[in-house]
Ligand binder design. Structure first.
Ligand code: NDP
Length: 293
């Protein structure tokens, strides 16, 4: 699918939201997160731009204000549980709740063609435990209207099951009915302990950006389990891979701009309730079942 036709397909069709609809975006001082905040605010939602560095966050908010776009700012470091707790209590006090969470914040310490696991702990902590702990902290605050409550996590096709060749872990992750959060935690811990003892290359983990890929693999699996847990409870949970996008994470390389990726993310976050699935991985704008990959 080429970019322009995908973009059309990803455009939000029907406006169901209003200024009362509250969206939170993590890691939004730059890149796809910043562009997603901009898009959601332009579409008329109340948007909270969050960033771990308050100076960078404020600067981002000011640059939007200079373009006539007004958004809120609150510091949020998804790798720091006390920051998550502070954020949840601020959100409760100021807004009473939220409707949309876009888990965007993530790190990778690799150049495009390198594969170091030197920072594996930080990568897993930020990219997997960050969204997971934030979702759990915000869960009581979702307004749980079937038409509005949704979680969209920016993930990656690098974390799809077809990148994993370890048969035992593949089997665990493919057992949809029995997969539990504890099993996902165990898989992640197993990876980190193999990083520590230097044997990680022997165990069939994804070959490209391995620590990042494992973090997204775990995020995908957790999202699937969470979607099942929340089925019928008024919160949808989906993942979205924007594809190779020109941001700092890719050293400026990529097939599309952050604005194009953000337009697709915003459109998915704003799907009308009758078209909104749960437990899906969107590869660009195409919804896919993890288990089929
Ligand atoms: P960038 O590196 O441009 O931006 C990442 C953002 O996350 C920055 O704002 C960064 O803040 C923030 N961040 C990092 N750690 C934390 C933390 N602990 N708490 C809060 N914020 C944090 O990346 P992209 O815009 O490219 O990536 C956005 C999302 O899209 C990520 O989830 C990424 O994995 C995903 N993605 C990107 C692709 C691409 O090709 N670009 C492809 C597939 C998926 P700071 O400025 O302080 O570092």
């Amino acid at each position: 699918m080429n970019t322009s036709s995908a973009k059309d397909q990803c455009s939000p069709a029907k406006r169901w939201w209003s200024k009362e609809t509250v969206a939170v975006v993590t890691g939004a001082n730059k890149g796809i997160g910043f562009a997603t905040v901009k898009k959601l605010a332009e579409l008329g939602l109340t948007v909270i731009l969050t960033a771990r560095d308050p100076e960078k966050g404020q600067k981002a908010v000011e640059s939007l204000r200079a373009q006539g776009i007004d958004v809120w700012f609150k510091r949020l470091d998804v790798a720091d549980i006390s920051s998550i707790t502070d954020f949840a209590s601020w959100l409760h006090q100021v807004f009473g709740g939220l409707d949309i969470l876009v888990n965007n914040a993530a790190v990778s310490f690799n150049e495009l063609n390198t594969n170091t696991v030197e920072h594996a702990e930080t990568v897993i902590k930020t990219n997997f435990y960050g969204p997971k702990l934030l979702i759990e902290a915000l869960m009581p605050l979702f307004r749980r209207s079937p038409s509005t409550s949704r979680i969209l996590s920016l993930s990656s096709r690098l974390g799809l099951l077809n990148k994993l060749t370890n048969p035992a872990i593949r089997k665990l992750l493919l057992e949809e009915e029995t997969l539990k959060e504890e099993k996902i935690d165990q898989i992640v811990k197993q990876f980190l302990s193999q990083v520590k003892d230097g044997t990680w290359q022997e165990h069939g983990w994804p070959k490209v950006w391995t620590d990042y890929s494992v973090s997204k693999l775990a995020l995908n699996a957790y999202s699937r389990v969470l979607a099942r847990r929340l089925e019928g409870n008024g919160v949808s949970v989906n993942c979205f891979c924007p594809g190779f996008t020109r941001t700092d994470m890719t050293g400026g390389w990529g097939q599309r701009s952050a604005d194009e990726a953000a337009a697709a993310a915003a459109a998915l976050a704003l799907l009308p309730s009758e078209e909104l699935p749960t437990g899906k991985f969107f590869k660009w704008c195409i919804p896919m079942l993890y288990s089929k990959l």
